[in-house]
Design a protein around this ligand. Structure first.
Ligand SMILES: Nc1nc2c(c(=O)[nH]1)N[C@H]1C(S)=C(S)[C@@H](COP(=O)(O)O)O[C@H]1N2
Ligand SMILES: [Mo]
Length: 282
């Protein structure tokens, strides 16, 4: 699979790995910011380690992704991946213009939340015009408005063990193969037409550094209008220092966790479980 096509220089990864080598692990050991982040609780691929280490070292945690002007907004923001979820529960919500939608926030929080769109829209808001880069090699500039993820997390109050924020989405990407027992015992399992296994819906995750970054928002508006279904209605993530596949659309539930081991196959996201990197820094 071709990955990271949006990275302009093929030498960049090598440079980053080299710089990481210079810093070494000893200097990292003394850095509380890094020790406090999710670092060390996961085993990642070596090149990805270098990328994350170096971005965390060279960029202040609050380095902002570039923001653009109204004139830069793309005429056409290409919808990608799922563009019209076929899932019955999602279709029911969409049919009533998401009036019955609630965002579930749970896991390692003091106060689990169920927030309606109206409640989300009443919270503090942020608008930003940013560029979206997909690994497939295209980019688009869009204007996003939403509630900073930090506002929602602070409302739910993270427990001290919290390390990751996991996004559970409404759209089915594929069906897990039917298990043996079902295939043996259940006549319906073999009648062909219906998908046999459990739906695997899109999922993603980020660490707390990105979760509390000022440009990390749960967007409900795009280019000044409610988010269209094709771009992730009613709520999608914008995490602006990472690639397109991190920008989870159709978010139904936000889970606060101390590990990603239980999420999908354990790599932190649907595409990560299919070989993409978890830290998709631009
Ligand atoms: N739920 C969900 N989120 C998703 C995807 C998806 O298929 N399902 N595709 C990802 C990819 S690869 C990209 S490039 C962007 C596309 O966002 P857009 O449709 O607004 O262009 O959404 C990301 N988030
Ligand atoms: Mo993408």
């Amino acid at each position: 699979m071709t990955r990271r096509l949006s990275i302009p220089s093929p030498h960049r990864r090598g440079f980053l790995a080299g710089v990481a080598g210079l810093f070494g692990t000893a200097s990292l050991g003394g850095c509380d910011k890094i020790a406090d982040s999710a670092w060390g609780t996961r085993t990642l691929k070596a090149g990805e380690d270098a990328n994350l280490y170096v971005q965390r070292l060279l960029l202040k945690p609050t380095s902002l992704a570039r923001e653009f002007s109204e004139a830069d907004i793309s005429k056409w923001f290409k919808p990608n991946g799922t563009i019209d979820p076929e899932d019955t529960p999602y279709k029911a919500l969409a049919a009533k213009n998401f009036s019955a939608y609630t965002l579930r926030v749970d896991g390692l929080v003091e106060t689990p939340l169920d927030l309606s769109l109206e409640e989300l829209r009443k919270m503090a808001a942020r608008t930003q015009i940013t560029r979206h880069d997909c690994v497939e090699g295209w980019s688009a500039i869009g204007k996003w408005s939403g509630v900073p993820l930090a506002e929602v997390l602070n409302k739910a109050k993270l427990k001290p063990q919290a390390r990751y924020i996991v996004f559970h989405c409404a759209d089915t990407m594929e069906y897990a193969p039917a298990d043996e027992a079902a295939a043996d015992g259940d006549a319906n399992a073999s009648d062909g037409a219906a998908p046999a296994g459990k739906p695997i819906r899109y999922y993603e995750s980020i660490d707390l550094t990105d979760a509390f970054h000022p440009q990390t928002i749960l967007a409900y508006d795009m280019n000044g209008k409610p988010l269209p279904v094709s771009n992730g209605a009613p709520l999608r993530l914008r995490v602006e220092r990472q690639l397109g596949y991190k920008q989870a659309k159709y978010i139904m539930r936000i889970e606060v966790a101390d590990t990603l081991a239980h999420v999908g196959q354990g790599n932190g996201g649907y595409w990560e479980d299919n070989g993409y990197e978890w830290y998709a820094g631009i």
